[in-house]
Design a protein around this ligand. Structure first.
Ligand code: FEO
Ligand code: CA
Ligand code: CA
Ligand code: CA
Length: 728
């Protein structure tokens, strides 16, 4: 069964119930030959959700401007793929560099020299900009999502570019070799302060955005920042350490990849590759269960991002070396890793309040944490994927029902909605249905003793409490049969029809061999990734069942049609989808983090746009891939092809970068995007300048940088030259 082009290219979200049911029925028939009783049940739920679809284009008015809702066309010419060391945009668009690595938050600081001598990263922009939100602010200093000319930009600094951070490529290694603790501490402090989160007030004057230096809202959250542990894990014995003997506080957050934001005006910073910063020494005194936790989270020996911070004297540094060398847990750092892997809530509007670590969402490599649109009287629902190979998709459902009275409630509202609730993990069935399995003591599947096998070493474990289930969520998800995915990255709920989209960035031969495919992850190796989506039963985000299909498959344009399933062409071929945003108008933006696929020889990382349809608007297809063990064809469900969803390339980034982080103002006139690690892959001797010297000192993001620049991650702001609505 090959891929049949979708006849229905109407993407306006206004199909009748009957059409949706017929489409769903026909693809079930293609797959199974008959509509089973179970299928009829599925159709019943779809009919109920059909009313969630919106009508065709209309407009909405913000404080200052009119915005097109549910547009049917994208109003720009796609940009060609390119390998150029600058940002490339469609005709009629421009972009400024707004906030680059090292930019000061306060006027008392020296300008960034960018020669590796800069210090004070706790008062400057950190490195490797990633997830980001714009919190509009009204004239009384309150969160106002409609405010489009002033606000607080909050963004993550995921990681460091070692080749550009210090004075010379060998400076830190030399200090280590010479045991020069003074120098080493300087380098380590720079590295720990280069991570975390930035909160920075920005304003638009005369059509141009700039940073408001010395704003009371400007601050950095770093790996030193004190935070409160909250939710079920706080205070448990397994999070007590020498620095937090009560298990109720933690220092810092690290490897903050993507993010989320709440309707009560706060920011959610997710920790992704936190596990890689530790070095595990002798941990003989840990129980088998807790040694199993270390193994299941990949915390063994020196992690790939271990930076020898624990070679600096003092507990703030020693905590990155995990050992049981104390007499009891509060005399060492055997439990330090149990304090990480959660989502942290930051209130940009109350800068003196300590961030709160929300353990109720579970512990894993959180890519981000995306809050579904809230409804008075219904629980708050948060989607969060675990971005590691063969890991799972989760959601948190609050115990408390949402009340509009909490809309600007800050961290106190967070206490209400985020500290009590239920964590679920997704099972994607091959028939296009899915189920959310509860990870709590209420689920009898988790009773008793279980075994985790790590390359021949086995660990017995049980779950003594909900706190243990959350802190070892991966092990609980294993037990209930969650579906291993091809690396869940960003999730996004469609603002009008409620469909949930999730980028699955890619797989490799070990996590997705041809003998281990399923309909939701149907490709062996899957170097180009795909985007899956689902609709919760009756459109209720707290539901425990859903319907799914695959929105788009990444591919090079030249691949055969049973691999290039979505029919990508030169103007929209892409690989490794990561950042994802559906703006308030219903327009989708897809950002790529493509390392080495064939597409990288044709274009730098990029951002594309589409007008998505809805779950169930496509059909059944067969996808064929192979690896060195054989070739497999898997039946799955795919939405409209690239032409039907008007997939078009909007932006190409500078050399060596990843494009990640995206948010638009409510008036759709300004869009903020992050360019992460331009110059990656360059040589240490040239400080990566052999690959990139972006950005230019002029601040024009579309200009080439000067020859002497060390490349810098940066937030850019994109405008239409005539001041109009972006992309329409
Ligand atoms: Fe930091 Fe999953 O990307
Ligand atoms: Ca990412
Ligand atoms: Ca990624
Ligand atoms: Ca990255």
């Amino acid at each position: 069964m090959g891929h049949h082009p979708v006849e229905d290219s109407n993407r306006s979200n206004n199909r009748s119930f009957e059409e949706i049911i017929n489409a769903r029925l026909s693809r079930r028939k293609l797959l199974t030959g008959t509509a089973s009783a179970a299928t009829v049940g599925v159709l019943g739920s779809l009919a109920l959700t059909g009313c969630g679809g919106s009508s065709s284009s209309d407009t909405r008015t913000t404080a200052s401007n009119t915005v097109t809702m549910n547009p049917e066309r994208l109003g720009f010419e796609a940009v060609p793929g390119a390998i150029e060391d600058r940002v490339i945009l469609p005709q009629g668009y421009k972009a400024d560099v707004l906030y680059a690595k090292g930019d000061p938050l306060f006027s008392g600081l020296p300008q960034f020299k960018n020669d590796g001598t800069d210090v004070d990263y706790d008062s400057r922009s950190g490195d490797e900009h990633d997830g980001m939100h714009f919190f509009g602010m009204n004239s009384s200093g309150q969160y106002d999502p409609q405010a489009s000319n002033r606000g607080i930009l909050v963004l993550n600094h995921e990681n460091l570019e070692d080749n550009t951070l210090h004075e010379t490529p060998t400076a830190k290694a030399d200090a280590l070799a010479e045991n020069n603790i003074t120098d080493l501490k300087k380098f380590v402090d720079r590295e720990m302060n280069g991570h975390g989160v930035s909160c920075v007030e920005i304003q638009k004057e005369n059509g141009k955005w700039s940073v408001v230096l010395d704003s009371p809202y400007n601050r950095r959250v770093t790996i030193f920042t004190e935070m409160e542990m909250r939710g079920p894990v706080a205070g448990e014995d397994f999070v007590k350490t020498k620095l937090t003997p009560t298990g109720t506080r933690r220092f810092g957050t690290m490897n903050n990849c993507a993010h989320g934001y709440t309707p009560w005006g706060t920011y959610l910073a997710a920790e992704e590759n936190w596990y890689a910063y530790f070095n595990v020494g002798t941990v003989d005194a840990l129980s088998e269960k807790h040694q199993g936790w270390l193994a299941r989270y990949g915390i063994q020996g020196a992690g790939w991002n271990y930076r020898k911070w624990d070679e600096v004297p003092g507990d703030q540094y020693a905590r990155f070396g995990i050992t049981t060398d104390g007499a009891v847990a509060t005399e060492d750092f055997r439990h330090e890793a149990n304090l990480h892997g959660y989502v942290t809530e930051v209130d940009p509007f109350r800068p003196t309040q300590k961030p709160r670590v929300r353990t109720g969402f579970g512990r894993f490599s959180h890519e981000g944490a995306w809050v579904a649109p809230t409804k008075e009287g219904s629980p708050v629902v948060i989607y969060s994927g675990d971005d590691s190979r063969r890991e799972y998709m989760y959601k948190f459902v609050s115990k408390a029902a949402w009340s509009e009275a909490d809309r600007n409630g800050g961290l106190a509202a967070g206490d209400t909605y985020l500290d009590e609730g239920t964590l679920y993990v997704a099972v994607f069935n091959d028939d296009g249905t899915g189920e959310w399995k509860a990870l709590s003591k209420s689920n009898a599947e988790l009773d008793g003793t279980h075994t985790y096998n790590d390359d021949g070493t086995t660990y017995q474990y049980d779950f003594a409490s909900d706190a243990e289930i959350l802190a070892s969520a991966r092990l609980a998800a294993d037990v209930v049969g969650a579906t291993p995915m091809d690396r869940p990255e960003w999730a996004m709920v469609h603002p009008t029809n409620g469909d949930v989209y999730l980028t699955l960035t890619n797989g490799n031969s070990s996590n997705r061999p041809s003998k281990d495919l399923d309909a939701a992850n149907p490709r062996a190796i899957n170097s180009n990734g795909h985007i899956i989506r689902w609709r919760e039963n009756e459109g209720n985000h707290a539901a425990t069942t859903f319907e799914w299909d695959i929105f788009l498959f990444g591919s090079s344009a030249g691949a055969t049609s049973d691999y290039n399933v979505s029919g990508l062409t030169a103007e929209n071929e892409f690989s490794s989808p990561d950042g994802l945003f559906i703006d308030p108008r219903g327009v989708m933006w897809i950002q790529t983090d493509d390392g080495s696929s064939g597409i990288r020889s044709k274009t730098n990382n990029q951002m594309l746009m589409a007008i998505p349809g809805e779950v169930g608007d496509g059909e059944s297809v067969s996808v064929t891939t192979s690896d060195n063990t054989g070739q497999e064809s898997i039946n799955t469900f795919v939405g409209g092809n690239a032409e039907a969803v008007q997939l078009k390339r909007f932006l190409v980034g500078p050399n060596g970068c990843e494009i990640t982080g995206i948010i638009m103002t409510a008036d759709a006139r300004s869009m903020f995007v992050n360019v992460q690690h331009p110059g990656e892959g360059g040589s240490a001797e040239t400080f990566n300048r052999n690959v990139s010297t972006w950005p230019a000192t002029s601040g024009d993001a579309t200009a080439f940088g000067e020859a002497g620049n060390r490349p810098r991650s940066a937030t850019i702001v994109i405008y239409r030259e005539d001041g109009g609505e972006i992309a329409i």
